[in-house]
Design a protein around this ligand. Structure first.
Ligand SMILES: NC(=O)c1ccc[n+]([C@@H]2O[C@H](COP(=O)([O-])OP(=O)(O)OC[C@H]3O[C@@H](n4cnc5c(N)ncnc54)[C@H](OP(=O)(O)O)[C@@H]3O)[C@@H](O)[C@H]2O)c1
Length: 247
């Protein structure tokens, strides 16, 4: 089975990379289930997808709550009769130097970017293990494969999910459960992500940089679509996505 008819849960689907991926996957025949916190945004995206002839549904979801993510996954199963893929994409990036001690933001990044992904994994693992089929795709970042000043905690969460995806891939191969995993490492992608930066100096620098080099989230959606479209015995699992102009 390729993209067509797959049931795909997407977290962080109310804007940016998640929205672009939901729209592309639905256009290619997937049944997409969108989760995030902003109801109106989710409803409008589902309406757009349906108007274009696609199949989609949404459920308001806070990925910091295991019960919310469990409910999102159950909702996908009851709405579309199964589950093939989870795209753990929800994330925030309130970057700042460690010395600024924005410790509340450190906690929020760990809760959303790392624990949110763990909640997605925990929600699907029993289903994928029982059916011996499933794919877990997670949005890490280039900050998950190399270090950037200002991205100490953000990068820590993104390095962590990279490790998680690779270990799940290895353990699934050992256990014979056919669970495929993939990590995405986007660089500067023009989305709403920079809105989460409160540190003024960091925000100014990042805004200017993204204006100079940033590319559309459609670039990442294409890669998600490619990963989902692979045959069952092929696990393509690590992708960097850079703007051509970004050094
Ligand atoms: N843009 C880039 O340059 C870039 C580069 C590398 C990696 N990434 C990663 O790409 C992913 C998507 O971000 P984006 O760039 O598309 O930015 P975005 O437009 O700000 O999207 C972030 C998404 O995450 C959702 N979200 C945030 N907190 C959540 C929570 N507690 N529960 C559920 N959903 C939550 C937001 O929805 P609600 O606010 O409605 O909940 C939104 O849909 C993130 O993991 C980010 O770290 C982005």
């Amino acid at each position: 089975m390729t993209v067509k008819n797959k049931v795909i849960v997407i977290t962080g689907a109310s804007s940016g990379i998640g929205e672009a991926s939901a729209k592309l996957l639905a256009k290619n025949g997937a049944k997409v289930v969108l989760g995030a916190r902003r109801t109106e945004r989710l409803a409008a995206i589902v309406k757009d997808i349906e108007a274009a002839g696609g199949e989609a549904a949404y459920q308001v979801t806070d990925v910091t709550k295991q019960a919310d993510v469990d409910n999102l996954v159950k909702f996908a199963q009851t709405t579309f009769g199964g589950l093939d893929v989870i795209f753990n994409n929800a994330g925030i990036m309130p970057s700042s130097p460690i010395s600024a001690l924005h410790t509340d933001e450190w906690d929020a990044m760990i809760d959303i970017n790392l624990k949110g992904v763990l909640h997605g994994v925990a929600a699907v693992m029993p289903i994928f293990t029982a059916q011996k089929h499933g794919q877990i795709i997670t949005t890490s970042s280039v900050a998950g494969i190399k270090s950037f000043a200002g991205a100490g905690v953000y990068g820590a969460t993104k390095f962590a999910v990279r490790n998680l995806m690779e270990v799940i891939r290895m353990e699934s191969a050992q256990e014979g459960t056919n669970i495929r995993t993939a990590s995405l490492y986007p660089a500067a992608i023009n989305t709403e992500l920079l809105h989460t930066i409160t540190d003024e100096l960091t925000k100014q620098g990042m805004d200017a940089f993204y204006q100079q080099v940033g590319i559309s989230p459609a670039a990442v959606a294409n890669v998600v679509n490619f990963a989902v479209d692979q045959p069952e015995d092929v696990n393509v699992n690590e992708f960097t996505i850079y703007p051509t102009k970004q050094a």
